[in-house]
Each structure stands twice: as C-alpha cells, then as structure tokens.
Design a protein around this ligand. Sequence first.
Ligand code: 13P
Length: 275
Amino acid sequence: MGGNWKMQITRLGEAERIAENIAAAIENVSSVEVFIAPSFNALNSVGLTITKTKLKLAGQNMHYHEKGAFTGEISVLSLIEAGCEYVILGHSERRRIFGEKDDTINQKVLLAINHGLKPVLCIGETAEERANGRTAEVNQSQLAGSLRNVSAQQLQNVIIAYEPVWAIDNKFLNPNIEIKPATPEQASEAHMIVRDWIRKHYGQESAANIPIIYGGSMKEKNATELLTIEDIDGGLVGGASLSAEAFVPIIRSAEKLAKGEDKFEWDSNTLRFNE
Ligand code: 13P
C-alpha cells in the first residue's frame, strides 16, 4: 500500500506528524508493506521520523541520470540517502501534465533498479482512450516502453501501479468528466490485461509474483471491494493517504484480506461478507 502525497503537504511539521501517526497505527500490521511518498524537501526529516518503524519511504519521481546539471531535478542518490526504498515513476501527472515519455521513464526504471531502489511504475489510460476502446493497447504500450531492457530478474524489484487517469482525483488531469473510482469489474479486467502482458513477455513465474496495485480514488469505502479482486495486490492512494484517519482504515482492509480474516463472497456484482 502506498500513499502518494503529491504536492499536498507543504509544511515539514505536518508531514512529520502525519508520518508519525501512520507509523504508530501500523505497528501491528504484519502482512502488508506500506510506504508514503512525501515532497522531496520533507524526505530527509520524514525518513528520520519513521526509521525503526514499519513505514517505508518513497520518492515521487527522480531524474534518469545519477547526477549532473539538471536544474529542478532530484537524483536517485539523494532518494537513497534520505532512506527511500521505493520511487514512483511515470505517474499520470508526470506523463500527462509534464510530458514524460516512456523512453525516459524506462531509463529511470533501469537506474532505480541498478541502485536497489524499487520502482512503482505507473500506467493507465485516459477516459477518451477508454471510450475509444484503446484501454488494452495504451497500457500494453506503456508497459512495453517503460520496461524495455528490464530483465526477468530485474522485474522482481518492480511494482506496477495501474491507475486509470479518469479515476485519479485530479481536475487538471480530468477537466471535463465526473471523476469516479474504477468499478471492481473495470479494475479486474485491466489488472488481468497487465498480468497477461507480463506473462507473455516474462513468463508465468514473473506474472504470478509481480505486485500489480490499483490507484484512483481509493478510499475506505471502496478499498475492500477493490483489494479483494484476485489480480489486485495493493493500492496507490492519493487524497486518502493525507491523514492517518483516512489511510489507516484502507491499510487495515488490506491487512485483513491478506490474512484471510474476512470471509466474503460475490453475489452478482455485490461483495457480501459472511459473519
Ligand atoms: P487519488 O487517490 O487522490 O485519486 O490519487 C491516486 C493517485 O494518483 C495515486 O498515485
């Protein structure tokens, strides 16, 4: 489970406080790995705040060179020094607002892996692409472009985040549509497309092992029905990760499901829990 804080928490003290609260609340979580991705300026101090806790740290982006004259960018080495274990790469906000392309995302993925940082590679189609029947094609092409020259062994350190752009709670990405989370059926279908692509290009073992997580308006109220889906291995949460009150119940849902504590069944399109 990842919390992508985007550019939402602008004060250091607030970032530290939220991180501390999340870390305290997940002390007894044992079956789910949790990370948060604060703004770059907060990485060092949040990293210090959460050392010796179960909460992990992630960067929201990085440059594809290790170091150099790249104004406004951040180096993989800085992320590692701050204590990051993960880095979110190719987020739709990077792709669609800042024009990032698969070939640079691919260089970043390779650089992160070579430095022992785990990429959380984001992919996803827009509302228009989906309406035009291009969902599979767009996601497959982003996978092919972003994972070029990534070996099966290297893939063991990669997490894929399927984030349909139309489900991301972001008016800049989605100016003209009503933003809604993917339905379980839509999410399930897309995750199957991603896993099938991995199977075709990397084989059954890689497909079975790679975590494919869902992002896009995940909240407490829809987390369980999404996380129950066989091909959904976790979530990348934006808005609902900005406080422990909103994020921790989602993590608890994931923990319960991972431990098989919730007994549930599908009744047509409704998820029913047995007492
Ligand atoms: P929201 O959960 O705010 O829709 O954001 C999802 C996301 O983009 C996570 O990376």
